[in-house]
Design a protein around this ligand. Sequence first.
Ligand code: F6P
Length: 320
Amino acid sequence: MKKIGVLTSGGDSPGMNAAIRAIVRKGISMNIEVYGIYHGYTGLIEGTIRQLDLGSVGDIIHRGGTILRTSRSDAFKTEEGRQAALAQLRKFGIEGLVVIGGDGSSRGAQKLFELGISTVTIPGTIDNDIPGTEMTLGFDTAVNTVIEAIDKIRDTAASHDRISVIEVMGRHSGNIAVWAGLAGGAESIVIPEVDFNIEEITDKLEETNKRGKKHSTIIVAEGVCSGAKVVEMIKERTGLDTRVTVLGHMQRGGSPSATDRLLGSRWGAKAVELLASGEPVGKMLGLRANRLVANGFDLLHSEKPAVNLELYELSNSISI
Ligand code: F6P
C-alpha cells in the first residue's frame, strides 16, 4: 500500500491528535504517503484532502481537539454520498483509510470496507461506549476533567451546605458518570443503565442531612434526564438548597492525559501496520487487558458496550 488517508469524525476527543501524529509518522517511516481528510466524512465527500508531512503533525501531541477538524455527516449515510466519497479516494489514489471516531463513525467505516476500501477504525470518543474495547480514546481525559470539576464544586457546596447536581455527558452511556462519580466521591450516580429512583436519592439525602452532613454530590448522566430536572425533584421532595452544574463541552476539550496520548500513539501505529500488510482489511481497533486487539465490524452489531456496574455498585456501597 502506497497511500493511506486519515479522518476524524463525530464528537472530537482528547488524544485524536496523538493518533494522527502516530499515523503520519509511522506511515512515512514505512514509505507510505499519508493524506489528511478534513472535516470527517463531509471532507471525504467534498475532497478536502491534503498530504501530511512530518512537520504537519509536530507540536500537536499535547493538544485537545483534532487538527483535521470533524463533523457529523448526514450525506455519508446515503448511497450517493458514499459513492462520492469512493470517487474522491480513487481520485487521490488512496487505498486504505484510518477512521478515528465513535460508533456512528465506525458504521461509516464498515460501509467503506464493504465498498472495497481497506479500513481500520480507532475508537475515539469520550463516551467509552464502543463494542470490543475496554477503553476509548479521550475517555480517561474526560473523566479527569469531570473529577476536577467535581472537586471544585464540592468546595463551594461544602461552604454553603448545598446539594450539587452535576450533569455529565455520555449520550446513552453512563460510563463517564460512573467512573467520575466513584473517583469524585459522589453520594449518588444516575445512569441510563439502571432504573432511576428519586426516592432512593432523597431518602439518602435526608438521612445524611440528619446525621449532620449538609452537602452532597449527585452525578446525572445526560442520557437519563437533565440535571435541572433532578434538582427540581429534590427540592420538591426535601426542600434542600440544591444547585445544578452542566459540565457540557468542557468535557471534550483539554490536553490529553498520558493514558490517551499512549493509546492514540499505539492505535495510530497499529492501524498503519494493519493497512500496510497489503491484504484487504476491515478492523476496529480496541484494548483488552492493556493489549491492542483488532476486531471485525460484526461486533458493532452483535456486542453491546456495557457500563461497569461493579464500579457503580462499589460507589453506592461506600458513599453512605
Ligand atoms: O459522543 C460524544 C458526545 O460528547 C456525547 O457525550 C454527547 O452526547 C454528544 O457528543 C454531544 O454532541 P455535540 O456536542 O457534537 O452535539
